[in-house]
Ligand binder design. Structure first.
Ligand SMILES: CN(C)c1ccc(C(=O)NC[C@H]2N[C@H](CO)[C@@H](O)[C@@H]2O)cc1
Length: 473
């Protein structure tokens, strides 16, 4: 294992430095000014969690997560977004049979978020294709057994879960889904129709803002641009078309393949045509997991330099791909780490600052209890809670031009949209603003000490406005 780690670290270094140098030599395009919007036309700055990994294996397909857990998250960190994990195995337990009982359970939990003003992105989650890749059903997750064709090829037993991606049986399951084998053209049809069933159920739900079509896609024997620009883009187009037959307004979010892109390399994903009337509603949902950290390094010393190069490369490639997809908005669907690692919270701050710079939403991985999450196995709040409990402009009545925040300060520049009557809404944590807020550059419409929400009167002019918020004395 040690040799694997050393080799991987050297490879990671080479990969990342090449990417980082590339980013320095290649000027990054300016981030698009595109955002998902709410039903009042406000630009949404989305901050929340992936909820939750535990849903991958539960019999009912639901995360081990209660409404009280959500209430605590909302009180502690003022989040407004969730990447909610759903699974194909639960949506379509038998070919062509869609489980309304499962969708009822999803709807109940989405109701918890709706009652608190959250925006929900449904994530059709898979890792290693399916639980059916191993007899115990505990290694992979996502696809139903009836859609898992390994053709008798072997799957081994590995200490590192990522290694299962290299097993012949797992590769074959993916090759059959993408029809690289030519043997199963029906599977991607089923996938698109399963999404149509989900969209048919949630098309008019006020809290559901986006569908994340596939978690961390993997091309099997096809890797990189040949996969992303070929079968992956084709599946996204087929699925978007199916969704639009029942849902004209929910955003469709598309992710690149995980391998490489999670580590900062560029994506070959192609543009998706959105048949809806009006502006397209396609978004881009990459993840970031710098390889040096995946190998257990903290955010310090040489590893910090390698991670910073990864973040720079990832930022440039993300902005370039979002532009190539049609200047679409970006949601960072996943990032996370063991926050007991040295420098972990500096890394968290670095990622949230990068997301703010490019106007991206963020869903942290994940809400599960433990060293990566906000709460421990014992339920105690961890160091991540204050790290994530920061001021942010939840909904902006115009186009955000730039914003940045720290525990006790927020500065936002935006171009007001005269057609948007709803006010700009900003979350201010109690820990940074215990006695309220001082506003410079804007007019207070309301300040609620309980909900921690500040609303600003919409300026008459559409000239750029800069608002600076500091704690009241
Ligand atoms: C070799 N391949 C295809 C591969 C390797 C590593 C990851 C990964 O770490 N992903 C990061 C996190 N995302 C999932 C959930 O979406 C978590 O289980 C991972 O920690 C993905 C794919």
């Amino acid at each position: 294992m040690r040799r694997i780690r050393v080799v991987s670290l050297v490879a990671a270094g080479a990969l990342v430095l090449a990417g980082g140098v590339g980013a320095v030599l290649r000027a990054d395009p300016a981030p698009s000014e595109a955002y998902l919007t709410d039903d009042q036309g406000r630009a949404l700055v989305l901050r929340g969690f992936n909820t939750a990994s535990s849903a991958k294996s539960t019999p009912d397909g639901m995360p081990e997560f209660t409404e009280a857990d959500l209430e605590r998250e909302h009180t502690d960190m003022g989040t407004n977004f969730v990447r909610f994990l759903i699974s194909w195995r639960s949506v379509e337990p038998e070919p062509g049979v869609y489980s309304q009982e499962y969708l009822d359970r999803v709807s109940e939990r989405i109701g918890w978020y709706a009652e608190r003003g959250y925006h929900v992105m449904l994530d059709m989650h898979q890792d290693l294709w399916s639980g059916a890749i191993t007899p115990d059903g505990k290694t992979g997750n996502g696809a139903p057994a009836w859609a898992t064709y390994m053709d008798g090829l072997p799957v081994g037993s590995h200490d590192m879960w990522e290694q299962y991606y290299l097993d012949p049986g797992v590769i074959r399951a993916f090759d059959n889904f993408w029809n690289t084998t030519g043997a199963h053209p029906e599977l991607s049809e089923h996938y698109a129709n399963a999404w149509r069933a989900v969209a048919d159920r949630f098309a008019d739900h006020p809290a559901v803002v986006a569908y994340d079509l596939m978690n961390e896609p993997y091309g099997g024997t096809l890797q990189g641009p040949v996969f992303e620009s070929g079968p992956l883009t084709a599946l996204y187009q087929k699925t978007t078309d199916a969704i639009r037959t029942v849902d004209q307004d929910t955003w469709v979010c598309v992710a690149p393949q995980a391998m490489g892109n999670n580590w900062g390399t560029p994506s070959g994903l192609g543009p998706i045509t959105d048949s809806r009337d009006g502006d397209q509603r396609i978004a881009y949902c990459p993840h970031i997991y710098p390889l040096p950290m995946d190998l257990g390094g903290g955010y310090e010393g040489t590893t910090r330099d390698l991670v910073d190069a990864t973040v720079a490369s990832w930022r440039g490639n993300t902005v370039r791909t979002a532009a190539a997809l049609g200047d679409v908005p970006v949601i960072l669907g996943e990032f996370g780490l063991d926050t007991t690692l040295p420098g972990a919270l500096d890394y968290v701050d670095r990622i949230y600052a990068t997301a703010a710079e490019i106007g991206a939403g963020v869903s942290y991985w994940s809400r599960d209890p433990g060293p990566w999450g906000p709460y421990g196995e014992d339920g105690a709040a961890r160091n991540l809670v204050p790290a994530l409990d920061k001021p942010y402009p939840r909904a902006v009545a115009g186009t955000p031009i730039s914003w940045a925040s720290s525990a006790d300060r927020l500065e936002l520049t935006f171009r007001p949209d005269p057609d948007v009557s709803a006010p700009t809404e900003i979350y201010l944590p109690r820990r940074g603003f215990p006695a309220g807020v001082e506003v410079d550059g804007g007019e207070v419409l309301a300040w609620d000490q309980e909900t921690r929400l500040l609303t600003l009167r919409q300026p008459q002019s559409s000239d750029e406005v800069t608002v600076t918020l500091t704690p009241a004395p």
